[in-house]
Write a protein that binds this ligand. Structure first.
Ligand SMILES: [Zn+2]
Ligand SMILES: [Zn+2]
Length: 191
């Protein structure tokens, strides 16, 4: 029969519990003095809460930023990774939708939008084999060059009556009128 040392009860440090607890059977005195919670559950709950609180504080240390659409300040969401928050430009889904529309070119342009870099032109360098100059034999086999001959200039007289259309030749308005009159006259003579 071991004599149980009577120690005054302690209060559980997990605030929602705050129950009074006493030393367990066979619990060393030192261990009881160090123990801060009534049960394992309270110890775990307290640890989880502590981690959450730290995360919350860290989150609150991220300063808010203005929404690219409505300009309202928005904060980092619970559980939102820092890089995601840094990338996010809008406070809510509605504003995000507007931003997507603006980016796709529909609606008003957004002055806060980052200017888009023009895409790099897709240039491929194609090397052609160097052409050898033609040999004298090859040159002799080529067809003779065709000389350009200027069209005959219209002359006064019957023979100049339109064979080609007046527009095809570079005639002045007066020359065209003259032709038309001459054509009508020749028709009248024939009938
Ligand atoms: Zn407790
Ligand atoms: Zn907004």
């Amino acid at each position: 029969m071991s004599a149980k040392v009577e120690l005054p009860p302690k209060i559980c440090e997990w605030e929602p519990c705050s129950k009074e607890y006493t030393r367990r059977e066979n619990e060393p005195t030192n261990k009881f003095k160090k123990r801060r919670f009534c049960s394992v559950d309270c110890r775990q709950a307290s640890a989880i809460a502590k981690t959450r609180k730290a995360a919350e504080e860290k989150k609150n240390n991220t300063p808010p930023k203005p929404c690219a659409i409505c300009n309202e300040l928005f904060y980092r969401r619970e559980g939102e990774q820092l890089f995601r928050f840094k990338m996010r430009q809008t406070c809510k889904e509605g504003c995000a939708k507007v931003l997507r529309r603006v980016r796709s070119g529909v609606g008003v342009p957004n002055p806060n939008a980052q200017p888009k870099k023009p895409p790099r032109p897709n240039i491929r360098v194609v090397r052609h084999p160097r052409k050898e100059p033609p040999t004298p034999e090859e040159i002799s086999q080529l067809p003779p060059p065709v000389r350009w001959v200027p069209p005959p200039t219209p002359t006064s007289g019957r023979q100049s009556i339109a064979v080609t259309s007046p527009q095809a030749e570079n005639l002045t308005q007066a020359q065209r009128t003259e032709r038309r009159i001459r054509f009508r006259e020749s028709f009248q003579e024939a009938s």
